[in-house]
Write a protein that binds this ligand. Structure first.
Ligand code: F2R
Ligand code: MG
Ligand code: MG
Length: 323
């Protein structure tokens, strides 16, 4: 499959804005139980400025560093985190402490066990990883390495690392797919299984469950999705749900985000991950304009994010034109 450079650029923008949209529209529901989240679903059609949280904040920081470095460089990423991450944007404790330590001058390889001695299995490394999925979409082995390397700054627990691998890979596979061609969900699960080979059993079990659910051909109710795949802040209880929802609901972006929010729990993060995957599949032009116009602008808002996605594509293109 060969996609035109213009379409690939549109897909890079689709993934970054898709994450921004899912995060900003999902954040008002974070921590609700599924029934309450579904009850408030009409709030999505109200119009007001929607702010982003840590999910987008870290995604933008990671993309910025990758543009500067031409790929993943943990030392540079940690500098970027300490420079631009805004800890007032709903960060969780493990990542807050790691970034504060970076700001205080500790090295990137010293900060990931400050709060949790075995490392964090939160979904923080997965929620920010879409730039890796974009940049390495044509090199899945490189993608796996890069996803773990960027995770290691804050999330050295295998569940945290491999959650980032699963999310990055799903974004990467979505970039490579032509949305005009028939979408083979089963093939996507097979590809994911291959890349997650050797990882924690939790992801193998989740993929088996996703395969079983996909094979039934119906869209499961949110209650069943939570029961089978989770809606938590833990990477292994949120990344599989995001992956399943994106597989089942693409190419309808709004439908996919609504389904993610209706799970309750970690809604900004699951919707952000779903948004990145579906956005990578369909591209920016297919994202809902009436939702995009509600996103906050300003120093690191909508215009900044669009420009950054463009520059990430340029950085990728520069390497691929000359290789
Ligand atoms: N922080 C939140 N939500 C809280 C409410 C925010 C509020 N609305 C506000 O505005 O202030 N959301 C964000 O955090 C999640 C990503 O978390 P991350 O970056 O992985 O952080 P952390 O602390 O490393 O892990 C999250 C929690 O998971 C549990 N945990 C992780 N590893 C553990 C271990 N080894 N042992 C025990 N527990 C572990 C802890 O409860 C961590 O705090 C996203 O939802 C993002 O949106
Ligand atoms: Mg958040
Ligand atoms: Mg969250």
């Amino acid at each position: 499959m060969s996609l035109s450079p213009d379409f690939l650029r549109d897909k890079f923008k689709g993934a970054i804005l898709g994450c921004f949209l899912g995060d900003a529209f999902g954040s008002g529901f974070e921590g609700m139980d599924p029934e309450k989240a579904r009850f408030h679903m009409d709030d999505l059609s109200k119009k007001f400025t929607r702010s982003y949280t840590d999910d987008t904040d870290m995604t933008l920081a990671l993309a910025e560093s990758m543009i500067q470095s031409g790929g993943v460089n943990p030392e540079d990423i940690s500098k970027q985190f300490s420079l631009t991450c805004d800890l007032t944007r709903g960060y969780a404790i493990g990542t807050i402490k790691a970034i504060l330590a970076l700001k205080a001058g500790m090295k990137w390889y010293e900060v990931a066990r400050i709060v949790f001695k075995d490392g964090s299995f939160g979904n923080g490394a997965a929620m920010r990883v879409s730039p890796v999925g974009l940049f390495y979409h044509d090199d899945l082995e490189g993608l796996r390495r890069a996803a773990v390397e960027q995770a290691n700054i804050t999330h050295v627990h295998p569940l945290g690392q491999w959650g980032a691998v699963m999310q990055a890979c799903t974004v990467g596979l979505a970039v490579s797919q032509d949305p005009e061609e028939p979408f083979r969900k089963e093939q996507m699960v097979t590809d994911l299984r291959e890349i997650l080979w050797g990882g924690p059993i939790e992801y193998v079990k989740a993929l088996n469950k996703i395969e079983e659910m996909v094979a039934q051909g119906k869209k499961f109710h949110s209650r069943e999705i939570v029961q089978h795949l989770g809606n938590g802040v833990e990477a292994h209880l949120s990344v599989p749900s995001a992956c399943y929802l994106a597989l089942m609901h693409r190419p309808d972006f709004c439908d996919a985000i609504r389904a993610a929010i209706s799970l309750g729990g970690d809604t900004d993060t699951i919707a952000g991950m779903v948004g990145a995957i579906v956005g990578a599949h369909v591209g920016e032009k297919k994202l809902p304009a009436e939702w995009i116009e509600q996103l906050e602008d300003g120093a690191r808002g909508l215009s900044f994010a669009k420009n950054l996605a463009d520059r990430l594509f340029e950085a990728w293109w520069k390497i691929h034109q000359t290789s």
